[in-house]
Design a protein around this ligand. Sequence first.
Ligand code: PLP
Length: 262
Amino acid sequence: MSSPAQYPQAESVADFARNIAEVRARIDAAAERAGRSGAEVRLLPVSKTVPEERIRLAVEAGCRVLGENKVQEAKRKWRNLADLDVSWSVIGHLQTNKAKDVAAFAAEFQALDSLRAAEALDRRLQAAGRGLDVFVQVNTSAEESKYGLPPDELIGFLKRLPDYGALRVQGLMTLAVFTRDTERVRECFRLLRGLRDQARDLGLAGPGELSMGMSGDYETAVEEGATVVRVGQAIFGARPLSDAHYWPGAAPGDQAPPDPHC
Ligand SMILES: *Cc1c(COP(=O)(O)O)cnc(C)c1O
C-alpha cells in the first residue's frame, strides 16, 4: 500500500520517464490479470500542486495531457505553459462561477455532477463555439465528503444531458472510499462499472469510459475495468498538501495515507 516514502519527488526528465514507465507497466499487468489489454487504459498524470518548472520536465518526458483539480491553478498553468504541447483535464469540482474559465481552456472536464454546472458550462461553451468532453462524477463511497451524484440519481441526470449540446458525455468518474481495505475500494469501482453498463444499455453513457483509480488504487481500478486512471503522486512525488485541501471533509493528514486513499 502507499506511503510517502514510496513517492519520492521526481526532479529530472529521467525520473519522470522512469515513474511513467513503472506506472504504465503496472497498468498493463493489471489489465492482463483481468483479461484486458493495457492499450485500453489511458494514463492521466495529475499535476496539481506541482510547480511549473517540474511540469516542464514531465512534459519533456512525454506527458501530453495533465489533470488538475482546481480551476484557478489549472488556468494559471495553462497560461504560463502555453508554449508547450500539452492540454488540460479539469478533474475537480466546478463552481459555476468558474465555468467560463473551464470553457476557455479545458480539453476535458471529469467532475460533472449537477445540472447547474452543466447549464453554466454549456452556455459558456456555446458562446465560445466549442464542445467539451465530460465525465459524470458519481459518489460511489456514500461519503458526504465526496462530490458526485448519488448512484440512484445518475440515470435521471444522464437523461437530461442531451439538453446541453456542447457537452459530449464520455462516461463516468469516481473516487473510491478512503481505506486500506482493498475489497471496499473494489466495491466502489464495481458499482461504477455496473452503473456504466446500465447507462450504456440505455444509450446514455457515450463511449462508456470509466475514469477511476489514483496512485494508491489504480491497479485495482484497472482490474475492475478502468479506461482512464488519474495518477499524481506515483508520477510526480508525494504532495505537500493534505487531501483536505481537495476534498472537503477529508481529515488533515490523509495525504500520504497509510491508507491509499481514495
Ligand atoms: C489528486 C487527484 C487524483 C490523483 O491522486 P494521487 O494520489 O496523486 O494519485 C486523482 N483524481 C482526483 C480527482 C484528484 O483530485
